[in-house]
Design a protein around this ligand. Structure first.
Ligand code: ZN
Length: 176
């Protein structure tokens, strides 16, 4: 006799939990995903990846933010180099300065990225190695052109643009 009532109570308890909304838990569970889904969709402010700025390239980025494309130059032998780094590859001097690039160059190589689509970027994304008129090369994005129209050797010109509220980048556009 004592075993029968125990079994009944065990069976009825799970049945109540599976019910529509004994505690209102099912309603809460349905609302939560909607809120989080809206939160994910609301900030379209997905930002591009930020450059890693440190002691060796701060000065370079400062000039970009001032609207100039700089190239690092060895103070001892005059060799230009990019990206910025502490030592001259040619004479091992640690003395350097920046010179302003003309901003003119050509597409040395490029790829058109379709996938994966990383938030903050517009696709298809043209990633180009631009050979500057001064001789150094820089990796950047080519904008203002149909990706299918990009050709190796085509002339381009730097365009320092605000890609979002807190980031300026030296992008390149077809030279006219
Ligand atoms: Zn040098």
């Amino acid at each position: 006799m004592s075993k029968v009532p125990k079994k009944k109570t065990k069976k009825t308890q799970p049945a109540r939990r599976k019910g529509p909304s004994p505690r209102g838990t099912s309603k809460v569970a349905k609302r939560k995903p909607k809120k989080t889904g809206a939160a994910v969709a609301t900030p379209p402010a997905a930002l591009r990846m930020r450059p890693v700025i440190g002691h060796d390239n701060q000065a370079w980025w400062d000039r970009i933010n001032a609207g100039e494309l700089p190239i690092q130059r060895c103070k001892q032998c005059g060799t230009l180099r990019h990206p910025p780094r502490p030592m001259c590859w040619k004479c091992q001097s640690l003395d350097w300065e920046h010179v302003a690039a003309s901003g003119k160059g050509i597409v040395y190589s490029y790829v058109v990225v379709h996938r994966p689509e990383i938030p903050g970027y517009t696709y298809p994304l043209v990633v180009a190695v631009v050979e500057l008129a001064e001789g150094t090369r820089i990796v950047s994005n080519l904008v203002g052109i149909d990706p299918k129209a990009v050709k190796i050797g085509m002339p381009v010109k730097v365009s320092i643009e605000d890609v979002d509220a807190t980031l300026k980048l030296p992008l390149f556009r077809p030279a006219r």
